[in-house]
Design a protein around this ligand. Sequence first.
Ligand SMILES: *Cc1c(COP(=O)(O)O)cnc(C)c1O
Length: 390
Amino acid sequence: MSNQNLGLETQAIRMQLERTQYLEHSVPLYLTSSFIFEDAEDMRASFAEEKERNIYSRFSNPNTSEFVEKICLMEGAEDGYAFATGMAAVYSTFAVLLNSGDHIVSASSVFGSTHTLFTKYFPKWNITTSYFDVNKPEMIENFIQPNTKILYAESPTNPAVDILDLELLGKIAKKHNLILIIDNCFATPYIQNPIQFGADLVIHSATKLIDGQGRVLGGVTVGRYDLIREIYLFSRNTGPALSPFNAWVLSKSLETLPVRIERHCENALKVAEFLENHPSVASVKYPFLKSHPQYEVAKKQMKLGGNIVAFEIKGGIESGRKFLDKIKLCSLSANLGDTRSIVTHPASTTHSKLTEQERLTVSITDGLVRVSVGLETVQDVINDLKQALE
Ligand SMILES: *Cc1c(COP(=O)(O)O)cnc(C)c1O
């Protein structure tokens, strides 16, 4: 359903699959692995793709289709495919588009497992990657080679909350005929729509803010019809599909995404402002704080600042560890984008095996703390951070 006279929220909420004989109000869960055919001709025509219909839930299912249609609507995308996890989306998207000998130009700080794909697995197929510093986007063109096929980035980045100028990336990709892929996980389709700035494909880990309640894993890739068609055919044969149950949960989550994100961002801005004035904090990074180095770019491409706040605690690794130990209300968890606020200190936990120099190449300083601000009463979150900083 696409009705230009209705707002996006209305469209996403009111999108309705065909009702069953029970005239249910809310979309039911279609927990079925396969679908039946009327007769031999129906079966032939379905497999020949002469009609659009469900055959087998590895290919499509009413619940996964509903989820994908809603994301397409919110991202302004032509088509999409839903995956079991965000990483299944990232892997499958690259695997089908790249051939042996191809080259990727990627931002230096990308999600850890994506980085592992580039460094450990893709070289097995003679696919190589060059990395540009997210704070020096003017250098990107220096890394482009004749065999470069994909330009890849996340914005805001994890965990340092740097911002990349999507319009600039779009122009570079167009000029050099590259496929621009943006992992839009930290922004969500409500805050930022990379296709508007020239992205060909947009990837989400739906596990994070799209579910928003720490329940299910999921992923999705949306964008250009011709590329999604390739991704669909690859996935139909390799099997990374999203389960109907998780799709059903995620579709419901999308109905409340705008209101949840509004509150997440309102709380995150308050947390960021509190931290900025605290004597134990050396610096704070939040896209909608005027002190953020890419504040103007953030304002241009984002509706709100997101729910992730990064700050530098004075005293390095030891202070970071002590801070985590004193946290009472917030959770210590590797996840993000939950109703519950989550605190991490990458240098002493997720990235402790790297040397200080290696950590710096992915923007992780010793005192960096990442807060995923949840939906609790914001003063309680601030009080928790305050007592842990003392
Ligand atoms: C979590 C995350 C992923 C991976 O998603 P999963 O659902 O955990 O597989 C990819 N990109 C970013 C930016 C993420 O935060």
